[in-house]
Design a protein around this ligand. Sequence first.
Ligand SMILES: Nc1ncnc2c1ncn2[C@@H]1O[C@H](COP(=O)(O)OP(=O)(O)OP(=O)(O)O)[C@@H](O)[C@H]1O
Ligand SMILES: [Mg+2]
Length: 320
Amino acid sequence: MSAASLTTSPLLSRELIFVTGKGGVGKTTVAAGLGMALAAAGRRTIVCEVGAQRRLPALFARESGDPRSVPANGEEVALDERLWATSIDPNRSLREWLAAQLPSKSLAELLTRSQVFQYFAAAAPGVREIVTVTKVWELAQANRWDKKAPPYDVVVVDLPASGHGIGLLRTARTFADVARVGPIASQAGRVRDTVEDPSRSAFVAVALPGELPVTETLELEALVASELRRPLDAIVVNALLKRRWTAADLDRLEAAGAAVPGPARRAARSETVRTQAQQSQLARLRREAVAAVVTLPFVPAPTLGREQVAALGAELAGKL
Ligand SMILES: Nc1ncnc2c1ncn2[C@@H]1O[C@H](COP(=O)(O)OP(=O)(O)OP(=O)(O)O)[C@@H](O)[C@H]1O
Ligand SMILES: [Mg+2]
């Protein structure tokens, strides 16, 4: 996709793009693919894993022993031209946040080493979550906590599975409400404003074309509306089978009788049934969801490599 067509996509020009959905539906694939497409179109991009998945650097490692296959412990790892990856480490993020807030670096270090502080960070409800979402937000700010670190144009966030991911983002509103005044409240308020502003952040839900996943995605759309007070921007129906057989094709196949071996006839029929079931769930999602629904094809491979993920990302970027 060219840089010109990218700028005409309002969704892809936002600073934060959250990718959410149930476990195993293709969130990491979509986040990585979109990251590649954005970087290729000229934006300084970071794909950010939340919840210690560490799959991204491995996806980009060209051979075993490549330093990029080493787990990224909160480091921002360069993967390609204009493309980085990171996974949020809440402890490291908390140290960075404190160092940026406190007047002296040694005071911040003293504090983070103290037992009371470590106890607080481990036990206080929501601290790890608020630090995680604030760190995600910080990556795209012009003034980074580390003054020398340049900001990213866009952060693509690979969220943990549905409810958990939305709950994580909800902590910005909770902290802004609970703290009310002071630096925590004002910063949480800024994070909340970015997360909930459809002109600054985008929410992309990934779903598989099945009855339960479609129902769950409709629930997710309602959850985003109630918890984050904003719409989903798009739903990606991933791994959709191609429609290879029409009803007429099948009739011809049946009519051919013994001329076509039984296993081939049965394979064609079962694939057609699956494809029809997928299409009817896709149609239901299109009827019932508020967000735009786009599709990505099923790629017949045991695991997807970098080229396949890039191709899916380019296709998706063209549809958003
Ligand atoms: N369009 C596709 N066609 C074929 N395989 C796919 C497609 N999209 C994803 N996959 C494969 O499905 C598996 C799950 O994808 P992925 O890891 O992106 O899902 P996820 O939602 O991030 O999972 P998790 O919730 O475990 O983090 C991977 O093996 C991936 O290569
Ligand atoms: Mg994943």
